[in-house]
Design a protein around this ligand. Structure first.
Ligand SMILES: [Zn+2]
Length: 293
């Protein structure tokens, strides 16, 4: 049996027929899955989907790209100022905190995590935004949400991406710094997943030392994914988790661009056959990590 720790049933086209996709995934051996939010609206949808379907759980969060469109509008219009940008981010974060607190006070047991949150500097240059401005915005959003996750003993599901993944720098180094600061200031045992792992081995080692679990998605099957396979080789098997990130990252061999949740069985088989990973251990990791706090 498989636990899919990262799946967007709340995004199109999966959201159009959640029941069909979830049933198909179950027929392929998936027993549980976390539905991951990337903005406020689809986080609410993740909560709704989880409460309507046995075996589905929710994660809510603002993805690092989330406020970028708002900021872009402010930059293009005459209303650009640091004050306005701060106000816009505050607004997003306040709404997020309200949603989270609502769920916590309702004792929503289906809410397992905050995410996906993190840092993504990969496409900053093509957005026509001032790089430093967006970097600071993303860091603030990440720090705020990470703090809420750890304070409330929720999992944090972390997305990190940058242009240069060979060295420990940029988004990767900033992530480690923010994790270290937050863990230290709260004095907690953090529970977090570096989802769809990328980056240097040095970065992964630092993450593991801080307690990271490593999420492995369908892109591990790609011919040019040596970097991801090296990350797995350097990760103890009791820290590996499986995910689809559907509708993204379709595993090798499917003649479609849309990843469907049932395709996780291909990623699982790849790990077992090509990388000699024991799938029972992966399943046990997810069970312990997700459900036994
Ligand atoms: Zn995702």
């Amino acid at each position: 049996m498989i636990i899919d720790t990262h799946c967007h049933y709340n995004l199109e086209p999966l959201s159009e027929n959640v029941v069909k996709h979830w049933k198909k995934a179950q027929e392929s051996g998936v027993e549980a899955s976390i539905v991951i939010g990337t903005d406020l609206e689809n986080s609410k949808l993740a909560i709704e989907i989880a409460s309507n379907n046995q075996g589905l759980y929710a994660s809510i969060g603002l993805h690092p790209g989330n406020c970028q469109e708002d900021i872009k509008k402010l930059l293009i219009g005459d209303t650009y100022s640091q004050v306005n940008i701060d106000k816009s981010i505050d607004n997003h974060l306040n709404l997020f905190e309200v949603l989270l607190n609502q769920q916590l006070s309702n004792h929503n047991l289906k809410l397992l995590a905050v995410g996906e949150i993190g840092l993504d500097y990969y496409r900053l240059k093509t957005k026509g935004l001032k790089r430093q401005l967006v970097v600071e915005m993303q860091k603030r959003m990440f720090q705020f949400q990470l703090n809420l996750a750890f304070k409330n003993n929720l999992l944090a599901i972390i997305h990190v991406r940058d242009q240069n993944d060979r060295h420990l720098q940029n988004a990767y180094q900033d992530t480690i710094n923010i994790l270290e600061d937050t863990i230290q200031s709260l004095n907690v045992s953090p529970r977090f997943i570096l989802h769809c792992a990328s980056g240097s081995l040095d970065y992964i080692k630092k993450g593991l030392k801080l307690g990271a679990y490593i999420g492995v998605a369908g892109n591990v099957t790609y011919d040019n994914a040596e970097n991801i396979r090296a990350i797995i080789d350097h990760t103890p098997s009791n820290r590996i988790l499986l995910e689809t990130d559907a509708p993204y990252l379709v595993p090798k061999g499917y003649k479609t661009q849309i990843c469907e949740p049932y395709m996780i069985k291909t990623t699982a088989e790849f790990l077992q056959q090509k990388m000699k990973i024991n799938l029972d251990i992966i399943r046990q990791n997810a069970n312990n990590f997700l459900f036994n706090k």
